[in-house]
Design a protein around this ligand. Structure first.
Ligand code: NAD
Ligand code: WQD
Length: 355
């Protein structure tokens, strides 16, 4: 370990939406941060460094080490591990577009599954066995009753290669832990993060056509698209539209920081743990639209369309275990989530691209 209190933390995918917010929290907790990212979903800024990473440094007043590395390239990973004495890996790098994964399944399995195998392999070679893995609510599939609690079966009725890649990876990690009890792995199942850093410097500006609800809602509020398509108003929910659990991305990042503290607190003996990171309540599409309209003082024009194939009506988390064992819960209000989201988009009309 670097010193008694400060750890050397490798954040994969740290130029991304959740990873950049996570890097802020880890730096603010006093740790050293190394980021690897291949920039396939990040915008490069000055000096070939992702713009999001420049902003992480601006927010925290601290430096991070950055390497452009593809996690599929095991030799490049070995090279990074040979340069530093890494204590913990927070693994976020992945491809994450559900629809795209149906069209490019091999890429999703390669990056999400094989990429994680590579990381675990290199960690093992260095006898460094502390891993926090970014999983997803999608592993609960389509058949479980809500709220989703960690003890429910996973892997049943997962429709997309993306979701299956997360389930297969969880399974692989569990097998590694069963075979070698000296591993400490925390699998975090993220629900639907929204919002942005309150500074307005970090957020998500999706490349290509946005797919997620709030990314589209913002574009509709800005007048960049004529209207938001609301996929179905005939679900068995209070207003008929889909209900999801939307934690603020800063809450989520603080959940990752709490998982890091757990690995430290247990003096490297926490074994395998799995936690939901969600708020524990759902909001409907229409409630989310109304909240964004209030925060932005803009109309969000919308049109009701047919259900989106593969969607389910309602899911949200039971986050009790994360509260009990990590002392973490999502605290930021829906108003704050929408205000921060809107702030990021008004401050960065072209995302991380210069005008
Ligand atoms: P993101 O796309 O913003 O960040 C992922 C980062 O990984 C990007 O910067 C990308 O360039 C990088 N990356 C992708 N492939 C890589 C590779 N082969 N080698 C190195 N870097 C690579 O996504 P995000 O929303 O920040 O998601 C982070 C993690 O959280 C992912 O594992 C995702 O599956 C998981 N997750 C996200 C959500 C969500 O709604 N955002 C929900 C549940 C789980
Ligand atoms: C939310 C609600 C839609 C867009 C996905 C992944 C999941 C996780 C988070 C990574 C649903 C409705 C959406 C739109 C709409 N990611 N909607 N109009 O599908 O819950 O989850 O992202 O792990 O794995 O599957 O998120 O934001 O796409 O949809 O009406 O333009 O908004 O039908 O009810 P989803 P979402």
């Amino acid at each position: 370990m670097a010193s008694k209190d400060s750890r050397c933390v490798l954040v994969t995918g740290g130029a991304g939406y959740i990873g950049s917010h996570c890097a802020v929290e880890i730096l603010q907790a006093g740790h050293d941060v190394i980021i690897i990212d291949n920039c396939c979903n990040a915008v490069t800024g000055t000096g070939g460094i992702p713009e999001s990473i420049h902003r992480v440094c601006q927010i925290t007043g601290k430096q991070v080490k950055y390497h452009q590395v593809d996690i599929v390239d095991i030799e490049a990973l070995r090279d990074v591990f040979s340069k530093y004495s890494i204590d913990v890996v927070i693994h976020l790098a992945a491809l994450k577009a559900v629809g795209e994964s149906v069209k490019r399944p091999l890429d999703y399995y390669k990056v999400n599954f094989i990429g994680t195998c590579n990381i675990v392999q290199v960690m093992k070679e260095h006898n460094m066995k502390n891993l926090i893995f970014s999983s997803s609510a999608t592993v609960y599939g389509h058949s479980n009753a809500v709220p989703f609690v960690e003890t429910l079966p996973t892997g049943i009725d997962i429709t997309s290669p993306y979701g299956k890649s997360k389930y297969f990876t969880e399974t692989m990690l569990k097998d590694v832990c069963s075979q070698d009890k000296s591993w400490n792995m925390i699998l975090l199942r993220y629900f639907n993060p929204v919002g942005a850093h309150p500074s307005g410097l970090l957020g998500e500006y999706p490349s290509g056509t946005p797919k997620n609800l709030m990314a589209n809602a913002v574009q509709a509020a800005l007048g960049n698209i004529p209207h938001l398509k609301v996929f179905g108003n005939d679900y068995d929910t209070p207003d008929g539209t889909g209900v999801r659990d939307y934690p603020h991305v800063v809450d989520l990042a603080q959940g990752i920081a709490a998982a890091l503290a757990k690995i430290e607190d247990n003096n490297n003996s926490c074994g395998l743990r799995i936690y939901n990171l969600g708020e524990g309540r759902g909001y409907s599409v229409l409630e989310m639209i109304a909240a964004l309209e209030k925060a932005s003082a803009k109309k969000v024009p919308y049109v009701i369309e047919k259900r989106r194939p593969g969607d389910i009506g309602t899911f949200y988390s039971d986050p009790t275990l994360a509260w009990k064992e990590l002392g973490w819960k999502a605290t930021r209000s829906l108003e704050e989530r929408c205000k921060d989201l809107w702030h990021f988009h008004t401050m960065n009309p072209h995302g991380y691209l210069k005008n």
